[in-house]
Design a protein around this ligand. Sequence first.
Ligand code: KG4
Ligand code: ZN
Length: 343
Amino acid sequence: MAEPLVLGFETSCDETGIGLVRGHTLLSDALATSMAEHERFGGVVPEIASRAHLEAMVPTVHRALADAGAALSDVDAVAVTSGPGLTGALLVGVAAAKAYALALGVPLYGVNHLAAHVAVDELEHGRLAEPSIAMLVSGGHSSILLVPDLSQDVVELGRTIDDAAGEAFDKVARVLDLPFPGGPPIDRAAQEGTASIAFPRGLTGPRDPAYDFSFSGLKTAVARWVEAQQRDGVHVSVPDVAASFQEAVVDVLTAKAVRACRDHGVDHLVIGGGVAANSRLRAVAQERCDAAGIVLRVPSRRLCTDNGAMVAALGSRLVMAGVAPSQPDLGADSSLPIDVVSR
Ligand code: KG4
Ligand code: ZN
């Protein structure tokens, strides 16, 4: 078929993202966020997020269409994140996407949010080399994936056994009195500091699983270190703690991703998810991939965090690959496994 025009819906967390994609071309990416309403709670409150999605939905769809200069009648297919994520939040997106698909008489694709974080890279860098190794680092997930075919075959090689990488950023930011979500302020603070404190690198011993992560011990180590300094009346340099913590996370992530490429004889690595926006992660990944002869692909920062274009990008790929659409009784699955690309 000619390149399909796909309307994508993303509501797995606090962002109402509506994207329009034709083939692998990004046409528009409209975003509404309820983050300001969650900030004072130090985390996303599911009920508030669901309500905000409901209110933002129709205006955001209209904005995406207007930005793309497209009409609803041009849409060839609808794609929606059906999991993983917050159930109530997901349900708003799934219900809206179903309604649009039904009203327009076009197929509906329920897609995996995590695979969409990988698919979004195709909008900027063209079709993914397959197989690729993908590292997915977000607020809820941290995994290393072998991707023989992003349309239908994703194999998880390893994952975090406790906190996700983004979650560690968020928790350490709280220890340092930095705002939520913690990734961007830690990234900024770290640029003013030096990584002079030796924080632990979880699961990097010779007997540890090669591709699994653990960030909970690191988070505790940072909190203990800060407490000890404060108890001794020593000034805590937030930039130095931020830089040292960030270095520990980035060191482990990049070492394990490069190792997965080497072990599997794969020379393409793609990094996706909110933490892929981290400037130090991007720099170290580039250095280590260059040294190992691996081609690195990372979406631009704007597309790393949650958005609707990533869902449309994966939907478009599924349409072009001839994958069967979802049934009309598609639901939300808060713990949809990573190897289920669409359902
Ligand atoms: O992918 P995402 O937008 O939402 C989820 O699916 O979770 O990721 C959000 C996570 C948050 O934990 C946030 O702190 C982190 O991504 N993040 C960053 C940066 N920007 C966002 N972490 C480190 N450095 C950043 N620059
Ligand atoms: Zn995400």
